[in-house]
Design a protein around this ligand. Structure first.
Ligand SMILES: Cc1ncc(COP(=O)(O)O)c(C=O)c1O
Length: 385
C-alpha cells in the first residue's frame, strides 16, 4: 500500500510547508463567551452561535422529550423517521414565513439537495464568486453549467446573464445574504430585479442571517421586506439557532413536493434525532424575544469594525485580512497566548492571499472584552507589517 500512502504524505507535507495544514483542537469546555482549549480559558471568537442560544438549550429542559421516545430516528424521513416533531417544526416555520418549508439534516446537505434537484446538465447556475463550498459542491454534482460572477458585482452578473442565459434551459441565481467569511450584506433587491428580467430562479442562502436579522429574526430577506419573490431560501439551525439541521423555505408547494421526491440528500439519509428537532423548536420559539440581543450584536459589530478601521457594517462576521497563511497563523497564535481564540482561515476556504482571522461576535461579547482584543490585534499588526 506504500504507493498509495506516499503521495498523500507528500501532499500533506506540501500543506505543512505552505502553512495550510489543518488539525483538530480539543474543546474541553464552553461557558458563555469562553472556550477552554489545552487547559486555557479563551474568549471565543470562532463560534456562529451569534445569539448565545446553544447554551440556553440545556439537556435538562429537553429531557422530557427524550423520555417520550427513542433517541435515534432509526430511518430516513420517507420511511419511519418522520417524527411528529418534523410536522410541528415545519408548520411553525410555515406560519412564520407564510410559505412552504422543508427540513433537512444540515445546511450542507440542503445546498446539495437544492442544486441537484432543480438543476441538471441543460441548466445554468449563476453564483457569486464567494459562495460557500456546499453551494459549489451542489453545483458540480448537478452537472449544470456553473457561471461565477465577481463578488457582489451585479453589473457583471447582468452581463453574464445577457451572454449565457439563452444557453441554458433553466437559470438559477445563487448568493448568500450575509457572506460567511466577509460578513458583507447582499443587495437582495438587485438580485431580484435580475431574476425577474432574465426569468431565473433566485436562491438565497441565509445561513449567517437567520436569527440575527429582521424584526422576527427570519433573516435579511425579512429585513428587506421580501417574501415569496425569492424562490428558495435556506436557513441553518446550527448557527444563530444554537441547534442543528437546516430548513428550506420555498415560494410554492410544488417546489417542496419536488424536493421530497427528487432531492437525494433528503431521501437517502437517516432523519435527525427527535430531540434535535425539539431543541430547534425551542430556539425558534425564543427568536422573537431576542431583539435586545440582536441590537447589542449590531452595536458591538459596528463598533469593532470602526476600531479596526474596516468598512462600516453591522454584521457580526469581521474579517481581519492579513494575506499570507503563515502570517494569519502567527496572529492567531499570538492572540491565543493573550487569551483569545480566533483560528486562522486560509485557502481554500478563502481565496489565495486573503488568509485572515474571521472574528465572529456573539451577543455574549461585551465592549470591554472586545476592546482588549482590538488593542492586541493592533499591537501585533504594528510590529509585523
Ligand atoms: C453560507 C453557508 N451555507 C451553508 C452552510 C452549511 O450549513 P451546516 O453547518 O448546517 O451544514 C454553512 C456552514 O458553514 C455556511 O456558512
Amino acid at each position: 500500500m506504500k504507493h498509495f500512502y506516499l503521495p498523500l504524505e507528500k501532499e500533506l507535507g506540501n500543506l505543512q510547508e505552505k502553512g495550510l495544514f489543518r488539525n483538530l483542537k480539543i474543546v474541553e469546555k464552553k461557558e458563555g463567551p469562553y472556550i477552554w482549549i489545552s487547559g486555557k480559558r479563551l474568549l471565543n471568537l470562532a463560534s456562529n452561535d451569534y445569539l448565545g442560544l446553544a447554551g440556553r438549550l440545556s439537556l435538562k429542559d429537553l429531557l422530557p422529550f427524550l423520555e417520550e421516545g427513542d433517541f435515534g430516528a432509526g430511518a430516513a424521513r420517507l420511511l419511519s423517521g418522520n417524527h411528529a416533531y418534523y410536522e410541528e417544526l415545519e408548520t411553525f416555520l410555515e406560519e412564520l414565513y407564510g410559505r412552504p418549508v422543508l427540513f433537512f439534516n444540515s445546511g450542507y446537505l440542503a445546498n446539495l439537495a437544492i442544486l441537484t434537484a432543480f438543476c441538471g446538465r441543460h441548466d445554468g447556475i449563476f453564483a457569486d464568486k464567494l459562495v460557500h463550498a456546499s453551494i459549489l459542491d451542489g453545483a458540480k454534482l448537478s452537472g449544470a453549467k456553473l457561471f461565477r460572477f465577481p463578488h457582489q458585482d451585479y453589473e457583471a452578473l447582468e452581463k453574464l446573464l445577457f451572454k449565457k442565459r439563452a444557453t441554458c434551459k433553466r437559470a438559477l441565481i445563487v448568493s448568500e445574504s450575509i457572506f460567511s467569511m466577509d460578513g458583507d450584506k447582499t443587495d437582495l433587491k438587485a438580485l431580484l430585479e435580475l431574476k425577474e428580467r432574465f426569468e431565473a430562479l433566485l436562491f438565497i442562502d441565509e445561513a449567517h442571517a437567520i436569527g440575527i436579522r429582521g424584526r422576527k429574526g427570519l433573516g435579511l430577506a425579512e429585513e428587506f421586506g421580501l417574501g415569496p419573490e425569492i424562490d428558495i431560501l435556506l436557513g441553518t439551525c446550527g448557527k444563530a439557532l444554537g441547534s442543528y439541521g437546516a430548513f428550506v423555505v420555498v415560494s410554492e408547494k410544488i417546489l417542496k413536493d419536488y424536493l421530497i421526491n427528487k432531492a437525494r440528500p433528503f431521501i437517502f439519509t437517516t432523519a435527525l434525532p427527535p430531540i434535535i428537532l425539539a431543541a430547534t423548536k425551542k430556539a425558534l420559539s425564543l427568536l422573537r424575544s431576542l431583539e435586545e440581543e440582536r441590537k447589542h450584536l449590531r452595536t458591538i459589530s459596528l463598533q469593532m469594525r470602526k476600531q479596526l478601521g474596516l468598512t462600516e457594517n453591522d454584521t457580526p462576521i469581521i474579517p481581519v485580512i492579513v494575506g499570507e497563511s503563515k502570517m494569519a497563523l502567527k496572529l492567531s497564535q499570538y492572540l491565543f497566548e493573550k487569551g483569545f481564540y480566533a483560528p486562522a482561515i486560509r485557502p481554500p476556504t478563502v481565496p489565495e492571499n486573503t488568509a485572515r482571522l474571521r472574528l465572529s461576535l456573539t451577543a455574549e461579547h461585551t465592549f470591554n472584552l472586545l476592546d482588549d482584543l482590538v488593542q492586541e490585534i493592533k499591537s501585533f499588526l504594528s510590529k509585523n507589517s
